[in-house]
Design a binder for this molecule. Structure first.
Ligand code: FE
Length: 206
């Protein structure tokens, strides 16, 4: 293969600065070299845009609120229970559910990088991956929660769970008051993404 001195002198001059353009350039190159199948890429993107997201975790939480035996099984072996519901795959190999109560509030972080239960919550938000969140939530969880607009009662213990490549956590938020008559579907609509990370609470019914 002939050596191109021009490229060597300006190795990055052709790379667009915008991340989306860089991704597109990389994708074009990989497809052209036959290293990836465009249909497979489209399927992955569609999966994370439409099939995988916090709506999955919300269905799990709503069912746990509505069905005591399901809740007990979820707290006993979340991975098995959510797999039965069809929620499994990358970053979902071993999930542990931790339950919020009047005495304990749980919050999840990955201090090392950004481990997150993808099959239940989708792709993590930018703040979850930020240095500030990962460092501070361990040292001053109440302060961080207050910045999310969540001020907990003094008497409630805050437990911080550090995710790893082996274990990811799902917070089971407390069921809001006044929801006794709601269907599972209506309950699921009250479950926010942040309430399943622990940086928020489930919404009150209207
Ligand atoms: Fe991580």
């Amino acid at each position: 293969m002939p050596h191109d001195h021009h490229d060597h002198d300006h190795p990055h001059s052709l790379l667009p600065s915008d991340p989306a353009l860089r991704v597109k350039a990389l994708e074009t190159l990989l497809v052209r070299k036959g290293l990836v199948d465009p249909a497979a890429l489209d399927a992955i993107i569609d999966t994370y845009e439409t099939r995988i997201g916090p709506q999955n975790g919300a269905r799990v939480v709503a069912r746990a609120w509505a069905d005591a035996s399901f809740r007990a099984r979820l707290l006993g072996d979340a991975t098995a229970v959510i797999s039965e519901m069809g929620y499994y795959g990358r970053q979902g190999e071993h999930i542990v559910a931790v339950e919020n109560t009047d005495s304990t509030h749980n919050i999840v972080v990955c201090t090392l990088c950004s481990c997150y239960p993808w099959p239940l919550l989708g792709i993590p938000p930018a703040w979850y991956k930020s240095d500030a969140y990962r460092a501070r939530v361990v040292r001053e969880p109440r302060q961080v929660l207050a910045e999310f607009g969540l001020v907990l009662p003094e008497g409630q213990t805050v437990r911080v769970w550090d995710s790893t490549a082996e274990i990811r956590y799902l917070v089971l938020p407390q069921r809001p008051a006044g929801t006794d008559d709601l269907t599972e579907e209506a309950l699921a609509a009250l479950v926010t993404r942040d309430s399943m990370i622990g940086t928020g609470l489930a919404r009150a019914p209207e």
